[in-house]
Ligand binder design. Structure first.
Ligand SMILES: Cc1cc2nc3c(=O)[nH]c(=O)nc-3n(C[C@H](O)[C@H](O)[C@H](O)COP(=O)(O)O)c2cc1C
Length: 186
């Protein structure tokens, strides 16, 4: 995990029940020596409080593309300083936005603007994951070079078991660390 030391991670969080696991991701990235800036969608803020992520990361949380108080750290700043952008959990909605090249919120705008590797950790019900529309979006995201971590098979929030569970947080951190090992710090 030494490849994470001194690195800057942008952690995008979207609106899934699995958003609570973002708190653990922040903790793990920080324990590995990385700085973490969280960017939440509007829906994500209904699942986990921005205050929790601000307290754990020690930084303000980005939420609004048009927030002038955060302008210096907002989409272009974050896009430039990030060593990796990780979206965990990533909803079906955000897979669709990313596949279409949307820049409608802070998270999509900064992903469009960054040269850093982008990791997507989807969390959704199996029928949503296997839907042809989602699979088309996944192929488009892969074409753009975005890396997928999961989803995996397991118990889902609905009580069903299936493919759609967000990958475990330690595996997400390991995937980012592995990739950053190959990229020397600019
Ligand atoms: C209780 C609840 C749980 C949800 N869980 C998921 C989920 O795991 N994956 C997903 O793709 N959408 C899920 N949704 C739907 C998203 O929250 C919804 O599509 C939202 O518009 C996503 O917005 P965002 O991608 O901008 O965060 C859930 C909705 C509710 C009400």
């Amino acid at each position: 995990m030494s490849s994470l030391k001194g690195r800057e991670i942008v952690l995008g969080v979207t609106g899934s029940i699995a958003a609570y696991k973002a708190a653990d991701l922040v903790r793990r990235f920080r324990e590995a020596g990385a700085g973490v800036t969280c960017v939440l969608t509007e829906a994500a803020a209904r699942f986990i409080t921005p205050l929790t992520l601000a307290a754990l990361s020690g930084r303000p949380v980005g939420r609004d593309l048009f927030d002038d108080k955060l302008w210096s750290m907002a989409h272009l700043g974050l896009a430039k300083t990030a060593d990796a952008v990780v979206v965990a959990p990533c909803t079906a909605e955000h897979l669709s936005l990313l596949a279409s090249g949307s820049a409608e919120d802070l998270l999509t705008a900064l992903i469009l603007a960054t040269r850093a590797p982008v990791f997507l950790a989807p969390a959704l019900h199996e029928p949503m994951w296997t839907h042809p529309a989602t699979q088309k979006n996944v192929r488009a995201c892969r074409e753009y070079g975005y890396r997928f971590v999961g989803p995996v098979k397991g118990p889902l929030a609905s009580g069903d078991t299936g493919l759609g569970r967000m990958e475990e947080t330690d595996k997400i951190v390991a995937a980012v660390a592995e990739q950053l090992k190959k990229r020397s710090k600019a």
